[in-house]
Design a protein around this ligand. Structure first.
Ligand code: ATP
Ligand code: MG
Length: 352
């Protein structure tokens, strides 16, 4: 009797201490950004998916933010690699190194007991890529590894009632891919992944400026232009921005001023592709689920959801309500974090 009382007291006291050492992690392995959610601690890592390598030895010089800073500015012996491209793993070895680094960093180098790791991966991942991701996590000392689909996680993280019967349409516009999915009863009823997403828009801006102004700009500048003055539908207040780059003709530094209309034109094809794919998804959705979607609306997640007036454009072209997830850049990792503490749900939806 007395022993039982003591056990209860000590367990009660120990619980906060144990959770402090909880090693379970949820990872969103994105083309542009990787995010890690630690159970009971929340998002502990939110960094670019980039690795700087020494060209001669192959040693890792920097990972994440530090590596992205080097992009376009490296000396000959260092190169910055983005191991994921278009939502798929382009370089296994480097992806493994990056995952390993982030997992160690999230664990703050503590000694851990049986961490469970859930990783959300692009929907069109191949068997070989699944193996590579899983092996990388096991090598980083995971005791259990589960893979889940990014689109499902985006919906869950955005707070959509995915486990209930009823249609949910989520559009996750990332850097490499836009994933469109219709979900009901924790299952994917329809899904489609397209290469038209954030990176594609940046490239479109680069080639537009080259064509129109003979101006060469870097990737990072293109992204900044998109974020600051890019839009998918005319703005109430016009925006403009001074852009610096290199003249294609003289080879010298050059500056021009671009406005929101020009950038809208530059990315219009990428935006139209996304809108058409959403319409195609609606056409292929069974009627009962369609009815739910028209009540609940379309939810946008991923960094691309923040493109100015994209929600307005989709609303205009589909006639449906559209809303942006609360924290679109983190929807996937937050959803994956929810699965981490719901083992039954995890069993139902993991894709191994
Ligand atoms: N305010 C903004 N306006 C427009 N685009 C934005 C904004 N903020 C971020 N982005 C874009 O969002 C993209 C990154 O989004 P996110 O982190 O969701 O991608 P990811 O998960 O790494 O990629 P993927 O899901 O395709 O693998 C980048 O292309 C970035 O330029
Ligand atoms: Mg993503």
């Amino acid at each position: 009797m007395r022993l039982d009382w003591i056990t209860r007291i000590s367990l009660h006291n120990l619980r906060p201490l144990l959770s402090l050492f909880s090693a379970d992690l949820a990872i969103d392995l994105g083309t542009v950004n990787t995010r890690v959610y630690a159970r009971d601690r929340g998002i502990v890592i939110n960094e670019p998916s980039a690795v700087a390598l020494d060209n001669r030895t192959g040693d890792v010089q920097a990972v994440g933010k530090e590596a992205k800073e080097m992009l376009g500015r490296t000396p000959g012996n260092i190169r910055v690699v983005r191991p994921l491209k278009d939502g798929v793993i382009a370089d296994f070895k480097v992806t493994e190194k990056m995952l390993n680094y982030f997992i160690q960093k999230a664990h703050q180098r503590r000694t851990l007991v049986h961490p469970r790791i859930v990783i959300s991966v692009p929907s069109e991942i191949t068997q070989v890529e699944k193996r590579a991701v899983t092996d990388a996590a096991y090598r980083a000392k995971a005791a259990e590894v589960h893979l889940v689909e990014q689109a499902m996680m985006a919906a869950l993280g955005a707070g959509m009632p995915v486990t209930e019967p009823g249609g949910n349409l989520v559009v996750d516009i990332g850097g490499g891919t836009t994933d469109i999915a219709v979900i009901s009863l924790s299952g994917i009823v329809y899904s489609h992944s397209l290469r038209s997403a954030g990176n594609h828009m940046d490239e479109a801006i680069m080639s537009y400026l080259k064509r129109k102004y003979n101006l060469l700009i870097g990737e990072r500048t293109a992204e900044r232009i998109k974020i600051e003055i890019g839009s998918a539908y005319s703005l109430d207040e016009p925006l403009s921005m001074e852009l610096k780059g290199r003249s294609l003709i003289e080879g010298t530094p050059k500056m021009i001023t671009a406005d929101d209309g020009e950038i809208r034109e530059a990315i219009s094809e990428a935006v139209s592709t996304i809108v058409s794919a959403i319409r195609a998804a609606l056409e292929r959705t069974p009627p009962e689920l369609s009815a739910d979607i028209s009540d609940r609306g379309i939810v946008l997640a991923g960094g691309g959801a923040l493109l100015k007036n994209l929600d307005k454009r989709i609303r205009e072209e589909t006639g449906l309500p559209v809303c942006i997830a609360d924290n679109p850049l983190c929807s996937v990792v937050l959803g994956t974090g929810k699965v981490l503490s719901d083992f039954r749900l995890l069993r139902r939806i993991s894709i191994e």
